[in-house]
Design a protein around this ligand. Sequence first.
Ligand SMILES: C[S@@+](CC[C@H](N)C(=O)[O-])C[C@H]1O[C@@H](n2cnc3c(N)ncnc32)[C@H](O)[C@@H]1O
Length: 374
Amino acid sequence: MTLERKWVSGLRPMQAMAVLYGEGNVEASRELVDGLSWQIFEGPERKPLTGLRRAMTGFVFWLMQKTTREDMRTGPDGKTVVAYRNRILEYTKHPYTSTLLQPSNGDTAFLVEGGDPMNAIYMLLSPEVHRSAGLWDRLLLDSVPSRDVQIRFAWETRLTYEFAAQRLKRGEPVRIKAFAAGTGLSVILTCDRLLRDGHDPKLIRAVISDRDIAHCNKTIRLIEKLPRLRELIDRTGDAASGIFARAEDIFQEPSTAEREQPYHVVTAVGILEYFVGHTYTTTEERLGEGTPSGSPNAEDLLRAVANATAAGGHLIMNTHRESVATRILEVFGKRFRYRTPANLAALAASAGFKSIGTRFSGNVYDALVFEKEA
Ligand SMILES: C[S@@+](CC[C@H](N)C(=O)[O-])C[C@H]1O[C@@H](n2cnc3c(N)ncnc32)[C@H](O)[C@@H]1O
């Protein structure tokens, strides 16, 4: 039985996302967090798409290839940027399409940013928002890869909670760190659940980091609206417990304090697929453009993550496998580095992590857990 959540009833995914991360709408934001938490920790498991919806993906890829054209423009800094035109997507007027069509900053044009579009996908985990979603919401935000992203997010959250709760039940403090966390919604839901279970907030330290400061501002705005978590905000980064949202590049040198106090549960989700090394193929190889290289690479990323992880600590990461669904995003300039669980395990081993299991395998992603060897 789910509780009636009247403030979120009728909200569509993009509206829900604006409510959650915007100023105000306190009741609706709390209900959204409750609904997401219920779905992840108590609700029926969402399943990867199968059948006709999955079979249609090949047709959608063909259609997108046929109907999309590149539009070269000059950006504000005088550099050439690529935008995309597609009549079908433009016709939908759905805000998500702008992430595919609009020119993005040259350095990040190839990656899926963890901002509004990604968060709108997560909003579909709310039972009420799922019910209110329209046709285009379902086609764009609940597609084969998007459904996998929702389930990957649910697993990331459950696993972070599981490893943190194990320590707390033994009366030990837990330090959690999410790298490239976007708005850190997964950590927010984890901490909310741990406190709801009655764990001592003084034993919990969570650091949500992403290089984009706009995401960190959203994190704080949301936490300020949540009564259980509000008191935990650490605004200076100096506290031993509480939640700290930090604009940080993964490759930035960790502070001495962080080196001395590594984390017990670490996540690096939705990020490795943009870094080369230990892949079975890449977008560039698939398109006949040669093998991409460059640094920092995936091993550099894993080394940075390992430096922040305690011996015996747990690391949650994902694979990204090549499929017709991911080729649709490649039509819009996205570039991926594809890995199987075995590729990811070899990459993790390069930084001293051993795989302790795959927890989810969907159409595109697997969620894997690693332990840092002593
Ligand atoms: C696809 S999103 C994934 C966000 C989140 N982990 C999730 O699963 O929803 C990728 C995120 O990585 C961040 N990012 C990219 N490069 C980064 C870097 N070098 N250091 C820190 N964050 C980075 C982006 O700002 C973006 O929020």
